[in-house]
Write a protein that binds this ligand. Sequence first.
Ligand SMILES: Cc1cc2nc3c(=O)[nH]c(=O)nc-3n(C[C@H](O)[C@H](O)[C@H](O)COP(=O)(O)O)c2cc1C
Length: 192
Amino acid sequence: MEKPFHLLPQNDSPTDDRTPLMRGRSHSMSLVDVILGRRSIRRFEQKEIPKDILDRILEAGRQAPSAANRQPWHFIVLTDDRIKGRLSKWLFTKHIKNSSVTIVGCANTGLLDRRWSTIGTSIALQNMVIAAWAMGVGSCWIGGFKENEVKKLLGISDKWKVVALVSFGYPSEKSHAKRRKPIEKIVGYNKF
Ligand SMILES: Cc1cc2nc3c(=O)[nH]c(=O)nc-3n(C[C@H](O)[C@H](O)[C@H](O)COP(=O)(O)O)c2cc1C
């Protein structure tokens, strides 16, 4: 069983080699509760995410694993209402506009990185989603964007692929749990 966060090494423990950003505010929900309770949030309060919370969300991304620790990612944090508005034109991207921030996850497509960079960038984004939820911040992934438009608007060079955008903010809706396929339909032991 996972230890709740409050039972993890404390800040003054000699075994705690976390940086101050990695420590941040303490939270007592179990990590599994956080993962199982997360829902996509598309309606946000008009309230900014405090800097220390946002920094911690980004730190959760920075600490993500990546192939050979190449860290083949770059994140653009959109705070500007005009830019967010420009990206909110489509049905699937409407929630960008009211988000406190929307993070654009870019993967390096250079020769050494392209094989795994989309996976690494996705893991980092999902780390951010989970960390945010643990701190009361909702989010929603956005795959329904036009890559060329996003690249042009944000000055992203050819070397980078826009993997996804994720909107973050304090929830102003109660999102219900979506149906999932039964476990026996998606898990096989020792064969497909
Ligand atoms: C890669 C990816 C792309 C997604 N794209 C969109 C999107 O463009 N617009 C949107 O409203 N939700 C999008 N979602 C959110 C999904 O619709 C949502 O995760 C799914 O319905 C399950 O709901 P839940 O996250 O509340 O469990 C996306 C999710 C993922 C992982």
